[in-house]
Design a protein. Structure first.
Length: 306
């Protein structure tokens, strides 16, 4: 019972953190988790009342990590901003784990009243998901839930897709000129590979720092600056390395052909991302990306051939 009290207290505090973390961007969902917090608080009070009646006022400290069989919980409630789907998944997993604990504890309990309380709590945890759905219905009308889902999507685009797309575009396009200029000037695939690798890694580091230092996210809501910087820098490096790797092929003509095929695939990927997440019309996205890539590619060809 001491462990059950500790579990309910932990779940109550986690739901409170969920409610607080969601309040700014998803106020209706925050109310849902505030209601679930109240449920857990009621469970804890019932457990403590019976415990004091049976065993006295002192409750020994027994935590979930002290007992074998409990799943380690990633502290998603400490992340800001909180992701709506991550919170919902975590809450569902918490309820399932707690219900299983009550079922096993009730099967081993010898005291009739203790077993009855644990059985009751197991049934309530089993129906807690239904209670959450009821709270959804009360606190989250269809239009509000749609608005929160749209807000979650906008945050994902703002904090993940935009820095990643900026990096991918910069890496895929800006490194075209030095890579193909070096290839055409030397007709040596290894020289082109070295130039492309240096340009890709350098651009990745530069873009990563530029993105991280340009905005701390407090006013714009764009998320943690170093996470954005890491995403932007990584995608910049990957964008440049993609059409650099074919120059590991010793045969110059084969390497050039493979590199150009990769460039087309990179530009197609950028076009798809812009259409999928930025709602840019496919033809418009293809023309914009293709024109930019063509201009930089021709610049490299002209310099390399001169």
């Amino acid at each position: 019972m001491a462990l059950a009290i500790a579990l309910e207290e932990e779940d109550e505090r986690i739901y409170a953190d969920f409610a607080e973390g969601l309040r700014e961007n998803f106020p209706a969902s925050a109310e849902v988790f505030a209601g679930m917090r109240g449920e857990e608080s009621g469970h804890r009070r019932r457990l403590m009342d019976l415990y004091r009646e049976k065993f006295g006022d002192h409750i020994p400290l027994i935590r979930r990590q002290d007992v074998r069989g409990f799943v380690h919980r990633r502290p998603v409630w400490l992340v800001r901003p909180l992701g709506l789907d991550a919170v919902r998944n975590q809450a569902s997993a918490m309820e399932v784990e707690t219900r299983r604990f009550y079922e096993k504890a009730a099967a081993r309990a010898e005291d009739t009243r203790v077993r009855q309380l644990l059985d009751d709590l197991a049934l309530e945890e089993r129906s807690h998901e239904d209670r959450a759905e009821k709270l959804d219905a009360e606190k989250l009308p269809r239009d509000v839930k749609h608005q929160e889902d749209e807000a979650s999507r906008r945050l994902f685009v703002l904090q993940i897709v935009q820095p990643g797309l900026a990096g991918l575009m910069d890496g895929s396009v800006s490194t075209l000129a030095p890579v193909f200029a070096a290839a055409l000037a030397t007709h040596n695939p290894r020289n082109a590979f070295v130039v492309g690798l240096a340009a890709s890694l350098g651009a990745g580091i530069s873009m990563g720092f530029a993105e991280a230092l340009s905005d701390d996210g407090n006013l714009t809501g764009r998320g943690h600056p170093w996470i954005r910087g890491a995403i932007c820098g990584l995608m910049t490096a990957l964008g440049g390395i993609g059409h650099t790797l074919p120059f590991l092929i010793p045969a110059f003509g084969t390497a050039m052909t493979a590199a150009m095929v990769v460039v087309v695939l990179e530009l197609a990927t950028i076009t798809w991302v812009r259409h999928r997440y930025m709602e840019t019309p496919p033809l418009s996205a293809a023309l914009q990306v293709g024109l930019g890539g063509l201009l930089v590619f021709l610049t490299g060809v002209l310099i390399g051939s001169s």
